[in-house]
Design a protein around this ligand. Structure first.
Ligand code: HPA
Length: 273
């Protein structure tokens, strides 16, 4: 079924009178980071027409409207992934809904493997640029009225929002670096040879999400920020085998600081708007 993002946005608007202009997309590792948010309304993904199910363990699959003080936000708690078998059009449908809701800025978060030295587990990385090695593009084969397909990505990640991310990390006392995020489709983790190749390509961290959402958000005219929580050293750099469980554990350990990071991001963003 082809759901129109505007129909879903209208459905969500009926659930709450909050009209945020900032959205947070919480990936693996940020799932337990909402303790600072005053929740106004929660809607499971399955109740929102056209939303894909957030199938991975560790992902809640909820749309949460709430406030940090007097700053209102909408949070997508969890996301669908390409590796679950969805098309990238389906994976990015929630981003189109955010645009139809009137969202102007989106913070995309994820867990990622650290490639560059200094990107150790527990460090945050503000995404400055990306490399799409997913083998697909969310704009391929789909045309939406009023949008262009050949979008410019020379400055995909908003430099002002990178500064806001850095200030928010400082306030939350979380170490943060900046770097290039390389997206693969997964779900297997990489081989050491792949990681050596990605390092040569200029990647600082590797993950399985975010890039399709950033592309669609840019197509919809939103300002995009991206933040990775480095959950593990990438394959071959780490002496240990990689596991999804490790990814979830590392990130949830610093949930209280991440919660402060998200609140600070929202407050600083509102103050700078
Ligand atoms: N590789 C790919 N995706 C990931 C990783 C990784 O090492 N860690 C968290 N997501």
């Amino acid at each position: 079924m082809n759901h129109d993002s505007r129909t879903t946005a209208a459905f969500l608007k009926k659930q709450t009178s909050l009209r945020p202009t900032l959205a947070l997309v919480l990936g693996s590792g940020f799932q337990h980071s909402l303790s600072e948010l005053t929740v106004v309304k929660e809607i499971p993904f399955r109740e929102a027409p056209g939303f894909p199910a957030a199938g991975v363990s560790g992902h809640a699959g909820k749309i949460v409207f709430g406030t940090f003080g007097n700053v209102s936000v909408v949070v997508l708690k969890g996301r669908a992934h390409f590796y679950e078998g969805h098309s990238l059009d389906k994976v990015t449908f929630p981003i189109r809904v955010l645009a139809a809701l009137g969202i102007k800025t989106v913070l995309l978060t994820n867990a990622a493997g650290g490639i560059t030295s200094g990107l150790k587990p527990g460090t945050l990385m503000a995404i400055t640029d990306h490399i799409n090695l997913m083998g697909d593009n969310p704009l391929r084969g789909v045309t939406y009225p009023g949008t262009i397909q050949f979008i410019d990505l020379s400055v995909a990640y908003d430099p002002k929002l990178i500064k806001v991310s850095e200030q928010a990390a400082k306030a939350a006392k979380l170490p943060m670096k900046k770097g290039v995020y390389l997206a693969v489709h997964g779900p297997s983790f990489e081989t050491p040879a792949e990681i050596r190749a990605f390092a040569k390509l200029g990647a600082d961290a590797v993950g399985m999400s975010t890039v399709p959402e950033a592309i669609v958000a840019r197509q919809c005219g939103m300002r995009v920020a991206g933040v990775s929580c480095i959950s593990n050293l990438a394959a071959g750099i780490s002496k240990q085998p990689l596991s999804h469980q490790e990814v979830l554990e590392v990130a949830s350990r610093q949930a209280p600081s991440m919660a402060i990071f998200l609140r600070k991001f929202a407050e600083l963003h509102a103050a700078s708007a």
